[in-house]
Write a protein that binds this ligand. Structure first.
Ligand SMILES: Nc1nc2c(c(=O)[nH]1)N[C@H]1C(S)=C(S)[C@@H](COP(=O)(O)OP(=O)(O)OC[C@H]3O[C@@H](n4cnc5c(=O)[nH]c(N)nc54)[C@H](O)[C@@H]3O)O[C@H]1N2
Ligand SMILES: Nc1nc2c(c(=O)[nH]1)N[C@H]1C(S)=C(S)[C@@H](COP(=O)(O)OP(=O)(O)OC[C@H]3O[C@@H](n4cnc5c(=O)[nH]c(N)nc54)[C@H](O)[C@@H]3O)O[C@H]1N2
Ligand SMILES: [Mo]
Length: 810
C-alpha cells in the first residue's frame, strides 16, 4: 500500500548517504553519482558506449548562485495586486515565507475560478482564462515531469486550462506527416534505422546532417548513445554519407562524408531538381508510386512545369539553392542506384514553409521505391534525437496521468505571444479557423519561454498582459524575471524518480543524491500545498505520496514485463538495483507493415496511402503537393540586400537548451562568458572581423552580441549562433536594446511556419553582422538575471494578505 500524502515532505527530513554511488539519469545520459567530500562525482552508465560531455554540467547545479531557495514575489504585484503590468521584466523581487506565498497564489487561483473541479457551474468552460500549456523540457524523470504535474494540477483545480499542441521541436513537420502519412510519431519512432545504417544502407542522404551533439539527447532520459558507432561501422562497410547542411560539422562522426551546402531554406528546390532528373531519366519506381502513393500525377505535372510553366530542372534548382545542376544530377543518379535512406532533421522544418522539405523528402524516397529493402526509405529526424531509429519498446514506460482537460481550448505551442497580445482574434490551424482565448493567468513549470520562444522583445510585451504569472523554477532565468510569483523547485538530484524515454532500452532508477537546495520543494509538493488550500488535495494526490506515485506508475511496466514472462524486480528492488533493461518490440513498424500489405495495413490518411497530393493541405491555401515556396527571409530574396546574413540558431553543443548554461562543458564553448557565433572565414575577412571580436547580430526585431569565430566549415552568407545563452537585454548607447549574452531569439521571428501548421520557424532569420567598436559591455552573470531585493518581507507583509480585496475562501 502507498502511504498518505505529505505535502512538502522534503522539508528538513531528507538524509542521504552521500558516499555510496547511486543510479540517476538526465536527458543527455544515465549515470551513477556519489559525493567525494563536497564534490559530486558523476560516472557515465557503464553500458553507454559514447557518453555525452554534457554530463559534466550536472554538479554545477547543486549550489549555483542562481539557484532559488525561497519563494519570490514581484514587488509591483505585491504592491498593486494582479493586473496587466508593464513593469514585468524590469521589476525587483522580494523573498517570502512558503506559507505566505502559497496563500497568495491560492487566493489568486481561487479568484480566477480555481477550486474543486466538481464545483464548477454547469455550462462554464473550465479554466478558459488560464494558460497552462507550460511548454518545456524540465528534467529527466517521468513522475516529477513538471509539465505533466502542472497539467494534472490545473485539471484538478480548474477542470481544465488552455493547452498547447505540437512542440518547438517539430510542428510543421509533424502536422504535414500526420496529414500525408497518417502519423508523424510512428514514422519517426518505428524503425531500426541505426541497425540498418550499420548493416545494410548504401547511401544516407541526411538533410541537416547527423550531428552527434544533438543525438546525445533523448526526452526523459538517455542510456545508450549508439549513433557514433553505427555511423562508423556503416562507413567501414562502405556506406556513403551525404550531409546536406550549411555547417560541415553537422556530420560530426570521424570519417569521410560528402558535404553539400545549399542556401538555408532551399532544400525543397534541391530535392525537386533531383526528382525532376529521376523522372525524366526514367529512374522512378512507377510500380511503387502506383501501389503505395496517391497524387503522383499532380506532383509529376508540377515537376514538368504543367501547373506553373516552370520546369523543376536541376538548372532551375541550382538558381535557388546554389548547388550545381551537375551535383544535383549526380546525387539523384547515385540515390537511384543504391539502397538509399533519406532523413530530414527537425531543424529544416523549424522554418517558414517547414512542411515542404519534409514532405518533398518523403516524395523523393517514394520515387526511389525499394519497399522491400531494409535500410532504404524515409525516416524523419534521425539526426535530431538520440531515441529515434531504435526499435520501440515492447512494454509501456511509466508516466504521470494528467487527468482530463475539459476546456478543449488550445494554441499551437509557438503562438504564445499572439495569444497574450491578441485575445479574441482569429487564426488558422490544420485548415480550421480558431480564436485566441482571453488569458488572465499564466501558470508555467519546467520550461523557459525566454529561452525557447522567438522575438523575445515581443514576448516581453506579451508577458505584460496577464493579471498574474506563476512559475516554478530552480534557477533565476529571464522567465523568472517576468513572473509574479516564483516557487523554488528542486532539481532531480534532490528527489527520487524514474528515467525513461520511448525507444530507450533502459528504465533508470533515479535515486536521491542530496538534500534540497535551501527551501526548494518538489513541483509535486508545491501543487499539493496549493491543492490543499483549494480543497482538491485528494483529487490531485489520489492519496499518494511521491514515493507512492513512483510505485504506482512503475507497476504498469512491471506488470507488462511479467505478462510477457520476463522477470522484473519489485519496486523497492528496482529503485536500488540500477538500470533495468526493457524488451524491445518485434512487431513491424508502421511503414514496414504498410509496405507488406497496403490494403490490410492502410495508413490513416484520407486515401490510406502516402499522399503526394493532399486535399486537406490544398484546402488550407497552400499548394496541395510539396512545392518550392519562397520564404520571406532567405539569402536569395530581396530582404538579403539589407540583411545579408542568414542566422542559423541551432541546438547548442555544450548543454541542453538553456539548462546548466553555467556548467563547465557549456562555459568551455564560450569566450569571456559570451556565446560564440561562427561565420565563413572569407565573409569575416571581408567585414574585417577577426577571431575573438565581439559582433552585433541584428535586424529590425532586435540585437544580440556574440564572439566571432571565422570558420571555413560554415557556408558563405551564414552565421551560426546556437540557442541557450540566458537572455539579458540591456539598452546600449547607439545600439538600442541588445542581449549582452548572445541569445539568438533576440532577432528571430515568431511568425508561424505556415497558416496550416503554425509551427515554430525560429531556426533561421536574416540579420546584419557588424563588429562592435570600442569598449564592449561584459556579460550579465547568471546569478544577476533575476534582480532580487533584500529583507523587505516584513515591511511588505501587511500588503500581501489580500491582493485585490478578494478574501481567501478556503
Ligand atoms: N531560435 C531557436 N529557438 C529555439 C530552438 C531553435 O532551434 N532555434 N529550439 C526549440 C526547441 S526544439 C525546444 S525543445 C525549446 C526548448 O525550450 P525549453 O524546454 O523551454 O528549454 P529548457 O532550457 O530546457 O527549459 C527548461 C526549464 O525548466 C527548468 N527545470 C528543470 N527541471 C525542472 C523541474 O524539475 N521543475 C521545474 N519547475 N523546472 C525545472 C530549467 O531550469 C529550465 O529553465 O527551445 C526552442 N527554441
Ligand atoms: N546538445 C544538444 N542536443 C540536443 C538539444 C540541445 O539543446 N543540445 N536539443 C534537443 C531537442 S529538444 C531537439 S528538438 C533536437 C533538435 O534537432 P534539430 O532541430 O535537428 O537540431 P538543430 O541543431 O536545430 O538543427 C540541425 C541542423 O540543421 C541545419 N539546418 C538548419 N536549417 C537548414 C536548412 O535550411 N537546410 C539544411 N540542409 N540544413 C539546415 C543546421 O545547420 C543545424 O545544425 O535536438 C535535441 N538535441
Ligand atoms: Mo526540441
Amino acid at each position: 500500500m502507498t502511504s498518505g500524502p505529505r505535502a512538502g515532505e522534503n522539508q528538513g527530513k531528507v538524509t542521504v548517504n552521500k558516499a555510496t554511488p547511486k543510479s540517476h539519469s538526465s536527458h543527455w545520459g544515465a549515470f551513477t553519482a556519489n559525493f567525494d567530500g563536497d564534490a559530486l562525482v558523476v560516472q557515465p552508465f557503464k553500458d553507454d558506449p559514447d557518453p555525452s560531455p554534457i554530463l559534466k554540467n550536472i554538479p554545477s547545479a547543486l549550489a549555483h548562485p542562481s539557484r532559488l531557495s525561497k519563494p519570490l514575489v514581484r514587488k509591483g504585484w505585491l504592491n498593486d495586486g494582479p493586473g496587466p503590468d508593464d513593469r514585468r521584466g524590469r521589476d525587483t523581487y522580494v523573498e517570502m515565507e512558503w506559507d505566505a506565498a502559497l496563500d497568495l497564489a491560492a487566493a489568486e487561483l481561487s479568484r480566477l475560478g480555481g477550486g474543486t473541479a466538481g464545483q464548477k457551474p454547469r455550462g462554464e468552460v473550465p479554466g478558459k482564462h488560464v494558460f497552462g500549456g507550460s511548454y518545456g523540457w524540465s528534467s529527466a524523470g517521468r513522475f516529477h515531469h513538471a509539465q505533466s504535474q502542472v497539467h494534472r494540477f490545473l485539471n484538478m483545480a480548474f477542470g481544465g486550462y488552455v493547452a498547447s499542441v505540437d512542440t518547438y521541436s517539430t510542428a510543421a513537420g509533424s502536422v504535414i506527416l500526420d496529414t500525408v502519412v497518417g502519423n508523424a510519431t510512428r514514422i519517426t519512432r518505428e524503425g531500426n534505422w541505426w541497425e540498418h545504417i550499420r548493416d545494410r544502407t548504401e547511401l544516407v542522404i541526411a538533410f541537416g546532417g547527423l550531428p552527434l551533439r544533438n543525438l546525445s539527447v533523448s526526452p526523459g532520459g538517455s542510456s545508450q548513445h549508439i549513433a557514433r558507432d553505427s555511423i562508423q561501422q556503416g562507413l567501414a562497410r562502405g556506406c556513403h554519407f551525404v550531409s546536406v547542411s550549411p555547417l560541415d560539422d553537422d556530420f560530426s562522426a570521424a570519417g569521410n562524408a560528402t558535404r553539400i551546402r545549399p542556401r538555408p531554406g532551399t532544400d525543397t528546390a534541391l530535392m525537386l531538381g533531383m526528382a525532376h532528373h529521376l523522372h525524366v531519366t526514367g529512374q522512378t519506381d512507377e510500380a511503387y508510386l502506383a501501389r503505395y502513393t496517391s497524387g503522383w500525377d499532380v506532383l509529376r505535372d508540377y515537376l514538368e512545369g504543367r501547373t506553373d510553366d516552370i520546369v523543376k530542372s536541376p538548372e532551375w534548382a541550382e538558381g535557388i539553392c546554389g548547388v550545381t545542376a551537375g551535383e544535383i544530377r549526380h546525387l539523384a543518379d547515385e540515390a537511384a542506384g543504391k539502397r538509399t535512406l533519406i532523413t530530414v532533421a527537425y531543424g529544416l522544418q523549424r522554418a517558414e514553409n517547414g512542411e515542404q522539405p519534409v514532405w518533398m523528402a518523403l516524395a523523393l524516397s517514394a520515387m526511389l521505391g525499394r519497399a522491400d529493402q531494409q535500410g532504404a526509405g524515409f525516416t524523419y529526424a534521425l539526426g535530431s534525437m538520440g531515441n529515434h531509429g531504435k526499435p520501440p519498446l515492447a512494454v509501456p514506460v511509466p508516466t504521470l496521468p494528467q487527468g482530463r482537460n475539459r476546456s478543449g481550448d488550445f494554441i499551437p505551442v509557438s503562438r504564445i505571444s499572439d495569444l497574450l497580445l491578441n485575445p479574441g482574434t482569429t487564426y488558422t490551424y490544420r485548415g480550421e479557423e480558431r480564436r485566441y482565448a482571453e488569458i488572465n493567468l499564466v501558470y508555467w513549470a519546467g520550461g523557459n519561454p525566454f529561452h525557447h520562444h522567438q522575438d523575445l522583445a515581443k514576448l516581453s510585451e506579451a508577458f505584460t498582459r496577464p493579471d498574474t504569472i506563476i512559475l516554478h523554477e530552480s534557477v533565476g532565468t529571464a522567465t523568472t524575471a517576468h513572473a509574479d510569483i516564483i516557487f523554488p523547485a528542486t532539481i532531480t538530484a534532490e528527489r527520487e524518480d524514474i528515467g525513461a524515454s520511448a525507444g530507450d532500452p533502459y528504465l533508470v532508477p533515479m535515486e536521491r543524491l542530496t538534500a534540497p537546495f535551501g527551501e526548494a520543494r518538489d513541483d509535486y509538493d508545491i501543487f499539493c500545498a496549493l491543492a490543499q488550500r483549494l480543497g482538491c488535495l485528494d483529487l490531485f494526490t489520489e492519496g499518494r505520496s511521491s514515493r507512492g506515485w513512483l510505485e504506482h506508475i512503475y507497476a504498469k511496466t512491471e506488470r507488462a514485463m511479467k505478462n510477457r514472462g520476463e522477470s522484473a524486480p519489485n519496486f523497492a528492488d528496482f529503485m536500488t538495483g540500477g538500470p533495468l533493461k526493457l524488451p524491445v518490440s518485434k512487431t513491424p513498424g508502421m511503414m514496414e507493415a504498410f509496405h507488406r500489405n497496403p490494403e490490410t495495413n492502410a495508413l490513416t490518411t484520407d486515401s490510406g496511402l502516402i499522399e503526394l497530393y493532399s486535399e486537406k493541405v490544398a484546402a488550407s491555401g497552400l499548394p496541395g503537393h510539396p512545392a518550392w515556396i519562397e520564404p520571406r527571409e532567405w539569402l536569395g530574396g530581396t530582404g538579403a540586400e539589407a540583411r545579408p546574413f542568414q542566422l542559423i540558431a541551432n541546438q547548442p553543443i555544450g548543454k541542453l537548451h538553456s539548462q546548466l548554461d553555467f556548467g563547465p562543458t557549456s562555459m568551455s564553448h564560450k569566450v569571456d562568458g559570451r556565446e560564440v557565433a561562427r561565420l565563413n572565414d572569407r565573409d569575416a575577412n571581408r567585414l574585417g572581423i577577426a577571431q575573438g571580436d565581439v559582433v552585433k547580430i541584428w535586424n529590425d526585431r532586435g540585437a544580440t552580441l556574440a564572439v566571432a569565430s571565422p570558420d571555413p566549415g560554415v557556408a558563405s552568407g551564414v552565421i551560426q549562433l546556437s540557442t541557450g545563452a540566458w537572455y539579458a537585454p540591456r539598452h546600449l548607447e547607439g545600439h538600442g536594446l541588445v542581449c549582452l549574452n548572445g541569445n539568438p531569439n533576440a532577432v528571430t521571428s515568431d511568425r508561424g511556419a505556415s497558416p496550416f501548421s503554425q509551427g515554430c520557424s525560429g531556426q533561421t532569420a536574416l540579420v546584419s553582422v557588424s563588429r562592435i567598436e570600442g569598449p564592449v559591455p561584459a556579460v550579465v552573470p547568471h546569478k544577476e538575471i533575476l534582480p532580487r531585493e533584500d529583507g523587505t518581507e516584513d515591511q511588505l507583509r501587511s500588503e500581501i494578505i489580500d491582493p485585490r480585496g478578494v478574501p481567501l475562501d478556503l
